[in-house]
Ligand binder design. Structure first.
Ligand SMILES: Nc1ncnc2c1ncn2[C@@H]1O[C@H](COP(=O)(O)OP(=O)(O)O)[C@@H](O)[C@H]1O
Ligand SMILES: [Mg+2]
Length: 504
């Protein structure tokens, strides 16, 4: 089934999110849509899936115009969509979730549980998806939950499947599996619209790539186009994808972690007595598959976790047990994994978020009130220095794109005198332009003699930035290796295999 979009335009107030977009997805084609955060990709897909109405434009299926005003219309003409945030009910089984989904469609009336089970098995076999219909969704790894979403779409006989940033939540292995699933689907005639920021993935599976920038189609190119070219089409200027590795000075240990254990509320150890240090002028990456204790370890370094045992020496001084504020002011900059939860306060202005750490400090505040004038001039300075794209520093930070929110966090954290930067998944969900910016900042801190601890599940990022790499597995640091390891060796360590290579 082919899908064609003609002159789709959608505005939100004064913003044109989609500006007369033309796009054609051929039958059995994997069509990638590339674009920076805020380019208008999800808006366009939500229009195709009936979650939003276009102001103007047409949607054609196999050359015939169709009206799609709600998701059931899309399902009925054969369009399925897997959202970035899954819509599954965690405590229900796979089959129960699939049954529930069916209530939405007019064409496929509610199945009973046995029918749902049988349908899942058939589809699992047909497309090699291997999902147990009776498994409870919350017990399944993210990669499998995503397969459940794909099965849901396939049960509706989706002939065009939209995947909106499907690899953002996956490990490298799960990503490879998804790419294989996409190839299988394509070989059975399913058309796929694949949205991602990751150039490597696009070039690996796409037949055709459409690049969108600021709501407009910039070009449609073949997957043989170089990564550098794709990136520059996306952001509208040349982008340096791999910061050059060069020799740099490394000093002595600036942060030492000894026997650090972090427990959850029930007393179960999530981080199990880890030991490591980072030198000044060095990037130590902590790699691993998501969920092996990295998040908790990162948070523990600024005492953001509640149950911490062991020792954290910053420049020789114990900071374990200090308040979060004191940990930060002792000289740690913290880029949290969750910008929304720990990085910014959405309802506060950009200006306020930029100086959150300075509440109670002269010259910004007198008593408990912030001095508006000083705050404004400092905020304006940081907005310029860190290239934060905003209309006004008085806008709520929640109005910013992910990349710009991250810049707010980074601007705030790097504007204090610091000794160590702890960066947790600092580029997750960001576009290439913003990733380049974050990487440059991290290396600039390293070159200024700060110790950097980079927690990242992105192998490319780890290999590009790290001097040494610590691999976490089930709460322990399995090994610390020199950054000249191969992807394969790292992959094995991440899977818990230690016989691979001696430490550095
Ligand atoms: N419901 C909405 N109301 C107002 N603005 C929106 C809405 N949805 C998206 N936008 C804006 O439209 C632009 C495109 O957003 P989106 O389609 O989500 O981009 P992408 O998926 O490419 O990151 C952004 O500037 C975003 O802030
Ligand atoms: Mg999007």
């Amino acid at each position: 089934m082919s899908l064609e979009l003609k002159a789709i335009t959608k505005t939100f107030g004064s913003l044109t999110a989609n500006d007369s977009i033309n796009l054609k997805v051929e039958t059995g084609q994997i069509h990638a849509i590339l674009g920076e955060n805020g380019a208008g990709k999800s808006t366009l897909m939500n229009i195709v899936y009936g979650l939003l109405r276009a102001d103007s434009g047409e949607i054609l299926i196999d050359g015939k115009k169709v009206e799609i005003s709600e998701p059931s219309d899309a399902l009925n003409v054969g369009i399925g969509m897997v959202h970035q945030h899954f819509m599954l009910i965690p405590v229900f089984t796979v089959a129960e979730n699939i049954m529930l989904g069916h209530e939405k469609s007019s064409k496929f009336r509610v199945l009973d549980l046995d029918q749902a089970r049988a349908a899942i098995r058939t589809i699992s076999e047909d497309f090699g998806l291997q999902v147990d219909p009776d498994a409870v969704v919350e017990t399944l790894p993210v990669g499998i939950q995503q397969k459940v979403e794909i099965i849901k779409a396939l049960i509706y006989e989706a002939k065009v499947l939209i995947l909106d940033e499907p690899t953002a939540v996956l490990t490298p292995q799960e990503t490879d599996e998804l790419l294989n699933t996409m190839r299988d689907l394509k070989s059975k005639g399913t058309s796929i619209i694949f949205i991602t920021h990751k150039l490597r993935e696009v070039r690996a599976v796409a037949d055709q790539i459409t690049i969108i920038r600021r709501g407009k189609v910039i070009g449609a190119v073949s997957p043989t186009t170089s990564e550098a070219e794709l990136a520059s089409m996306m952001v509208g200027r040349a982008v340096d994808l791999a910061p050059a590795k060069y020799q740099h000075e490394t000093g002595g240990a600036i942060l030492e972690v000894k026997n650090l254990t972090v427990r959850d509320a029930l007393g179960t150890p999530i981080v199990k007595g880890v030991n490591f240090h980072v030198n000044s002028g060095e990037v130590l990456a902590v790699a691993g598959v998501q969920g092996n204790g990295q998040s908790e370890l990162a948070r523990a370094l600024i005492n953001l976790e509640e149950h911490i045992e062991g020792s954290i020496l910053l420049d020789g001084k114990e900071i374990r047990g200090a308040s979060i504020k004191d940990s930060l002011h002792a000289g740690i900059a913290f880029i949290p994994e969750s910008r929304e939860l720990d990085g910014v306060i959405g309802s506060f202005s950009i200006a306020e978020n930029l100086i959150l750490d300075l509440h109670g400090q002269a010259p910004y505040s007198k008593g408990i009130n912030l001095s508006a004038k000083v705050v404004h001039s400092e905020a304006e300075k940081r907005v310029t220095e860190f290239d934060i794209r905003t209309q006004s520093i008085m806008d709520a930070v929640s109005t910013l794109s992910g990349g710009n929110k991250q810049k707010v966090v980074i601007a705030r954290e790097l504007s204090r005198p610091i000794k160590v930067l702890v960066a947790s998944q600092p580029t997750r969900g960001l576009d290439v332009g913003s990733i380049e910016f974050v990487h440059e900042r991290i290396l600039a801190e390293r070159d200024a003699g700060r110790g950097v601890i980079l927690f990242s599940t992105e192998l490319d990022e780890v290999m590009a930035l790290a001097d040494r790499i610590a691999v976490m597995y089930r709460g322990e640091i399995l090994d610390i290796v020199h950054s000249n390891v191969t992807r394969e060796e790292l992959g094995l360590l991440m899977a818990g295999v230690t016989s691979a290579k001696a430490g550095a």
